[in-house]
Design a protein around this ligand. Structure first.
Ligand SMILES: Cc1ncc(COP(=O)(O)O)c(C=O)c1O
Length: 351
């Protein structure tokens, strides 16, 4: 620890993002990016921007983008939406707005590992409640108490979407804020976007990084009742979404046909890849996301598979944590990319 560093940082390692290789030639199935480019309307919006405007600060409230999001999400107006520099910023903002140091946060385990880092940085304790063997929420989870609950639906890295009606009952019973992380919702069958209108304690968060293929522009949103959105606005950086991202996000969300076309392609590739993995002996829960969690009890170990795939220039994600160390998380690529993975795996397993 650095002698000038804050005490709270002494045993915090920070979040480890998936690898972004410097050299080309890799099949990149490790960070749940979209294998397809964003809507052509995004490029058009950026190309037709007046570059002279870049000398001015962006709209601090990203009004046009928030209005379009409200329309697309089916909520009453833009005062129900706040935007952030990626959903990761929105998650950190939620702690700053609603959680005091020392408070308890509830989350299922395993889930998105950033929550744990954010809790540590914020000085609050995280009550991790294990999922059952099918990666579903348990009665202990539904009875949990805390200041805020991160509920990830579909969950990462399992891909499982918990039953909507059970999540609804939980929102009704939980005394604190329920933040429903819907990063992957566009790859599944249903959403909880109607919950903020029904409950005063629910925040639904989304990202443009996955279904809209805009991970590089860092755009995330939170939807909640205006009185909760006002708390977010109090703590947000004034200009947290840059001019390019506001224009690109607006073009992307207004092109729902393109997003739906791409997510349908990814869902079809997901079904095809899952069949191939099941065929090879992996255990793969049904996924509502743009990735699969492939559990492996054979030889070589999942850690060795991960390394061997890397040698074949195929990147997937390996988590050494309990309950995940016998698994690989594989993002859905194009069918050609999935075939490269399948061929490499067959080669490694039968070697
Ligand atoms: C569950 C979950 N939530 C949020 C995010 C962050 O999204 P963003 O790229 O908008 O920061 C991710 C990214 O992988 C994720 O897996």
């Amino acid at each position: 620890m650095n002698k000038y560093g804050r005490k709270i940082l002494a045993d915090v390692d920070g979040y480890t993002p998936g690898e972004q290789p410097r050299e080309g030639g890799f099949v990149k199935l490790n960070t749940n990016e979209n294998p397809y480019p964003p809507s052509p309307k995004v490029l058009e919006a950026i190309q037709t921007m007046d570059m002279a405007d870049l000398r001015k600060y962006p709209d601090p409230m990203a009004t046009a983008l928030r209005r379009a999001c409200a329309r697309c999400y089916g909520v009453p107006g833009e005062d129900w939406v706040v935007v952030g520099n990626g959903m990761d910023e929105i998650l950190a903002m939620a702690l700053r707005a609603f959680v005091d140091p020392g408070d308890t946060i509830v989350a299922a385990y395993p889930t998105y590992t950033l929550y744990e880092v954010l809790c540590r940085l914020h000085g609050c304790s995280l009550n991790y409640i294990p999922l059952d063997d099918d990666f579903q929420l348990t009665p202990e989870f539904y009875a949990a108490r805390g200041r805020l609950c991160f509920l990830t639906r579909p969950n990462a890295p399992t891909g499982v979407a918990y039953p909507r009606e059970e999540v609804k009952r939980f929102c009704d019973a939980f005394k604190g804020i329920v933040l429903i992380d819907e990063a992957y919702v566009d790859f599944g069958d249903d959403s909880c976007m109607d919950f903020p209108e029904q409950f005063d304690n629910v925040i639904v968060t989304r990202t443009f990084s996955k279904s809209y293929g805009l991970a590089g522009l860092r755009i995330g949103t939170a939807v909640a009742r205006p009185e909760l959105i006002r708390e977010f606005v109090k703590i947000k950086d004034s200009y947290n979404l840059n001019t390019f991202s506001q224009a690109a996000g607006l073009a992307a969300i207004e092109d729902q046909d393109y997003m739906k076309m791409r997510t349908a392609q990814i869902r079809a590739s997901r079904a095809r890849l899952r069949d191939a993995l099941l065929d090879m002996g992996f255990l793969v829960p049904e996924s509502s996301s743009n990735f699969l969690l492939a559990r492996w009890n054979g030889t070589p170990s999942a850690a060795a598979l991960f390394e061997a795939l890397r040698e074949h220039h195929v990147l997937v994600r390996y988590f050494p944590q309990p309950r995940l160390k016998n698994a690989l998380r594989i993002s859905i690529g194009t069918d050609e990319e999935c075939d490269r993975l399948i061929d490499a795996l067959r080669d490694i397993i039968t070697r």
